[in-house]
Design a protein around this ligand. Structure first.
Ligand code: PMP
Length: 354
């Protein structure tokens, strides 16, 4: 039986997606050729990438609204740089909610003046700052919707009169939002969308073309838009597997459906963290992430016992990030509710045995 996979990313993918993806490696479309040995310009692959691009816009409710979906490379980390390269003329405003926001800020500083509108660094990023002002004279505002490492998630987004850019790497496709409030969304595939190797960028085309600098082709959104996301060879396996995952989500009932499952999963785990005297949550309750739940033992002496117990229960990927410690249960879209129940059972068993 497959392990209960709480890995933070790369992470669990739907079983049927893994099955279809592995079949395509041997024989794609019953054509007696592998997906990874045909031309990316051949019709079967062009159909795949076009399907993936349109599923993205459909699932996010962004069809016919001036948005383009691109499958790029370089991870979300390349987007820290690419967003600024394409959009930062003079000044930009950033909300600092953790490691990933800090890295985005560092890269953007190469291109102009950075205003950090707020930061939760004072408390090791265990909350989401609120009540800050976004200057009106900046080129854009950038935020990170879900902080994979600390386990915080923005439950609401500020109103901004400037373009909104959001790193949604670890919660895209997991909850309903008015995605049209954002002008550019990016996400590494390897959480809710597919395997590592491609990065989704959803960009409103009319925000482009406003910077004065010359942008190298490989870092220029417009170049990729003009070439239907195929300026160069795309990562075909990652794009195909993402397409399968997007199709899986659509067939389940889309974001509206999966959001309810995600809420059930996180409610089950957080209620056990709050009920069980042996555990305590790491971040402030109102900012808790539905994707990554971080928690500690109240008595560190139980660590060895608890670690042996969850490993024995076929649970994988529960160790917290090294900068936070403790435990982190990542509950991405493909993680079944019964896996969360399996973890809760172990937590209750520890309480009985301790
Ligand atoms: N942003 C967030 C919110 C992330 O969780 C991660 C990776 N875990 C990144 C950016 C960096 O992504 P990549 O490794 O694809 O560059």
């Amino acid at each position: 039986m497959k392990k209960h996979n709480f890995s933070a990313g790369p992470c669990i993918l739907p079983e049927e997606v893994l099955q279809k993806a592995s079949e395509a490696i041997i024989n794609f479309n019953d054509d007696n050729l592998s997906l990874i040995e045909i031309s990316h310009r051949s019709k079967p692959f062009v159909d795949v990438i076009e399907n993936a691009r349109s599923l993205v816009l459909e699932l996010l409710g962004l069809e016919n609204k001036g948005y383009k979906a691109l499958f790029l490379q370089g991870g979300a980390s390349a987007q820290f740089l690419m967003t600024a390269y394409n959009l930062l003329n003079n000044k930009a405003a950033y909300l600092n909610t953790g490691t990933w926001s800090s890295k985005a800020i560092k890269e953007a500083k190469l291109f102009g003046e950075l205003i950090e509108v707020a930061s939760s660094k004072d408390k090791n990023f265990n909350y989401i700052p609120k009540g800050y002002e976004i200057p009106t004279d900046v080129d854009y505002f950038h935020c990170t919707s879900n902080n994979t490492i600390y386990g915080t998630q923005m439950k609401s987004f500020p109103k901004a009169s400037v373009p909104m850019i959001c790193d949604m790497s670890s919660d895209i496709f997991s909850r309903q939002l008015d995605f049209s409030k954002f002008d550019l969304i990016y996400a590494g595939a390897q959480k809710n969308m597919g395997p590592a190797g491609t990065t989704l960028v959803v960009v409103k085309e009319d925000i482009l073309g406003k910077v004065e600098r010359t942008i190298p082709s490989m870092l220029n959104y417009q170049v990729f838009i003009d070439k239907d996301s195929m300026f160069n060879t795309p990562p075909v396996f990652a794009v195909y597997t993402s397409m399968l995952t997007l199709k899986w989500l659509k067939e389940l009932g889309g974001i509206e459906f999966i959001e309810k499952v995600n809420e059930q999963k996180s409610a089950l785990l957080y209620s056990e963290i709050d009920r069980n005297p042996l555990f305590k949550g790491i971040v402030v309750n109102e900012d808790r992430s539905h994707m990554n739940a971080t928690f500690n033992l109240t008595d560190e002496k139980l660590k060895e016992k608890f670690d042996a117990m969850w490993k024995e229960a076929d649970i994988n990927g529960l160790n917290g990030h090294r900068s936070v410690g403790g435990y982190r249960a990542s509950m991405y879209n493909a993680l079944p509710l019964y896996s969360v129940q399996a973890l809760v059972n172990v937590m209750q068993e520890l309480e009985r045995k301790a």
